[in-house]
Each structure stands twice: as C-alpha cells, then as structure tokens.
Design a protein around this ligand. Structure first.
Ligand code: 0T9
Length: 399
C-alpha cells in the first residue's frame, strides 16, 4: 500500500527523482507537505537524554568494567528514541526543518535523577552541524558532541530507491568522579520505504564506544537481522581494548525491543533491558513567550503552524522570511569581517583526547566536514543568559 496522499502523488515522485539525481545536503530540498515535520533537527540532540536515570547510572558503578557496561546499555537505550520514535509517533519518518545558524534548543529533564540539562546549538549552516551538551551536575556526568549529516542517494538495478546516510562527528561522555571519558561514534543509517511514502530509518554497519579506562564496545547493526530475522537487530560486545576475541560482556537483541546482556565467558544472562518498558522523561522547554528569539520552537512557530494546517503558501513565505534574515546577517558579518558568535560552543583546532581514543578503534575524526571540531565552552555558557532561564535554575548558565 502507499502512504502518499492521492493529491501528493506527483510531487512525491518528483521529490524522489530530485533526490535521486542529487548527492549531498537533502535538508534544502522541497518536499511535499505530508512528509514535512514541524520540528527542527536541532531538537534531535534531546534523544540522548530521555532516560535520565539510565544516563546517570554509570556514575553509581564503582567497578570500571561494569561502569563501561552501564555506558553501553545507556547508549543502546537511546537508539529507539533517536531512530524509531518519530516513525512510531507520526507513522513515518518526516523531513525535519533545516536549522539556521545559531538556532538553539534548550531544556531540562527533572525526575528521580535530579536535573539534567540540555543545550543544543546549530554551530554551522554550510555544512549543517549541530552541537550539544547534556549534563547532570549532581551526578557529575556530561555528554557533549556534534554531528553533521552526509547523504548519498542510490538507485539500484531493481529501481528500489534507497537513501544512505553517514553521520559525521562523535559524542564524548565524561564521568567526573573517575575522570573517565568515553568516545562514542555514530552508526550509519539508511532510509527505507521511500517509494511507498512511508520512510523509516534502519541502522547499518557498526559503531564504537572507546573509554579512556581501556575498554572498547563494538555494536554491529543489521536492519533485517541476519541471525534472528527480526528488524533492528544488533549484537554488541564489550572487551578490553585490543582483545576483541575476549569479550567481558555480549549484548544482543533489538534496539526497538528487548535486549539481553550475557557474561562473555559463561554466556549466562546477567542483565536485560527493554526500551518499550523504560519510562521516557519529557523534556521541559520554556513557554514560547519566554524563549529567546534564537530558540527553535519560537523561531519556527509560524512555519510549524502553517505546516500543521497544510498551508504550503504560508509555509514557504515564513521559511523565506527566516532564510532572508539569515542571509542578511551573514552579509553584515562578511562586511564587518567577523563570524557569527556561537553561544555555547567554540571551534577547536585539535582535540588530542578524541584523536587518542579514536586511534584505538581505527576511526578518524574528520573535522573538515564539520566546519571544525566543536567543543562546549563553559565560559561562554556561563555568560549566556537566555531569557528562558530563570536565575539560579541552571548551574551551567549561572555564575
Ligand atoms: C542526529 C538522527 C539524525 C540526526 C537524523 C537522516 C535524517 C537527518 C539526520 C542522524 C540524531 O541524533 C539522530 C536521527 C534521524 C536522522 C534523520 C532521518 C531522516 O530521514 C533525515 C533525512 C535528512 C531526511 O529528512 C530524509 C527525508 C525523508 C524522511 C523523506 C522525505
């Protein structure tokens, strides 16, 4: 069956054709209204933090092996939110709004894990790069990362359209008490279901988590499940770095369903996790009228409303307003020979720790595709006081 509304058949076909003849940045392409999302890509950083208790769990583990396992379980627990939640909620993947330079998404989670802060900022527009920092000060844990998207559309002989996608960038998780850092690489993905108008994400290849304490986790993804035949299957193993054949723990299952953790030697089941049964804590975002004008939902409000109404003329008009304003700002900056000042992040020339950790897993950090290496800047954050943040609310922004 086709999910394409009858009146959109033509525009969907031409959209597919245009992406087929295109290799690059999909964000700028016009798509038919039924596939448009009212959310901007800058919001996607929040998927890392929607289970705050699982996020802070590693800080409570004294044993380094078990701590590395807690980090792996937390990472796996985020996948369902990251890659399947939109399809589940909206019926299919939708094309997110393309963030403008400086766009912000700020919020916090308040629950039994205390307060967990989110800062997400669009640090580059060409190419599009989003940087984020998620931290829980009481637990002493912080995730920071940035990513760019690289698309390649391929049409195979059987004319099955598929869209492959590489994520550029990485995330770093830091645990204060143990002064431990975990480098997290990002899985490759592809979009299936394009022809029928109901796109969804599948993950492929593998990703790693490399810790400064000497453990490596490798996660292998298989869309259809080469062993079980079930969708969103994966296998993972945690091993002392360099000893892939001697796993301490193995994990297998589905990232949208349950997965089990086994002892690497005895194969006994030692733990299990079910993302379906794990509570998602809703993110608290300031009301629109208290938001800074650079905050995503406030900035895109009129566009989002028009999309919801299916009013394409207004959608286009309101989008142009934002784009023109951005162009104008870039022009002024060029004339004044300055760059847009990122509110929470700074471009670094080098990131020695990242290079050191990535070398261990044979990955290279490609900074020429992300307009630099982006690092959360505590000094900037302390000065940034978006109106949405009440005094004393945010230790990250205070001082
Ligand atoms: C970082 C995530 C990322 C962003 C999205 C590929 C994609 C943009 C990037 C990688 C998050 O941490 C995790 C989840 C989903 C990824 C998106 C899925 C998607 O379809 C989009 C691309 C750019 C499209 O919008 C393709 C259009 C398609 C839905 C048909 C119109």
């Amino acid at each position: 069956g086709s999910a394409v509304p009858p009146q959109a058949k033509g525009s969907w076909t031409s959209f597919l054709k245009s992406i087929a003849s295109f290799n690059g940045d999909l964000s700028t392409m016009t798509a038919p209204p039924f596939i448009l999302s009212t959310k901007s890509l800058v919001e996607f950083s929040s998927y890392w933090g929607e289970h705050p208790s699982v996020f802070v769990a590693p800080t409570k583990e004294k044993d380094p092996e078990k701590r590395a396992l807690r980090v792996l379980i937390w990472f796996l627990s985020t996948l369902k939110q990251q890659y399947a939640s939109r399809s589940e909620k909206l019926g299919s993947e939708k094309k997110p709004l393309n963030p403008f330079l400086g766009e912000l998404f700020l919020g916090k989670w308040e629950d039994e894990a205390g307060t967990t802060q989110l800062v997400s900022e669009q640090v580059s527009h060409h190419p599009p790069v989003t940087a984020y920092c998620i931290s829980n000060a009481d637990a002493g844990i912080r995730l920071q990362g940035y990513n760019a998207q690289k698309a390649s559309f391929s049409r195979t002989i059987n004319v099955k359209a598929s869209y492959a996608h590489t994520q550029i960038g990485h995330a770093l998780l830091h645990i204060d008490e143990y002064n431990e850092t975990y480098l997290i690489t990002l899985p490759a993905l592809h979009i299936e279901g394009l022809i029928t108008g109901s796109p969804y994400v599948e993950l492929n290849r593998c990703s790693y988590i490399q810790s400064s304490s000497g453990y490596t986790a490798k996660i292998d993804y298989s869309g259809k499940g080469w062993i079980s035949g079930k969708k969103n299957s994966f296998t993972a193993s945690l091993y002392p770095e360099g000893k892939e054949k001697e796993p301490i723990y193995t994990v297998d299952g589905q990232w949208t369903d349950a997965f089990t953790v086994k002892d690497g030697k005895t194969k006994a089941v030692v733990d299990s996790f079910d993302p379906k049964k794990t509570k998602v804590t809703p993110l608290t975002v300031a009301p629109l009228n208290e938001q800074d004008e650079m905050e995503s939902r406030r900035a895109w409000k009129k566009v989002a409303d028009a999309i919801t109404k299916g009013d394409m003329d207004t959608t286009a008009q309101e989008k142009s307003l934002i784009e023109n304003r951005q162009r104008e700002m870039r022009k002024v900056e060029r004339e004044e020979s300055r760059e847009w000042n990122r509110r929470f992040f700074t471009r670094a020339d080098k990131y020695p720790l990242v290079e050191q950790l990535s070398a261990k897993i044979g990955e290279s950090i490609n900074d020429n595709q992300t307009n630099g290496v982006w690092v959360f800047d505590q000094d900037k954050a302390s000065q940034a006081k978006p109106p949405s943040t009440k005094e004393g609310d945010n230790p990250e922004l205070r001082k």
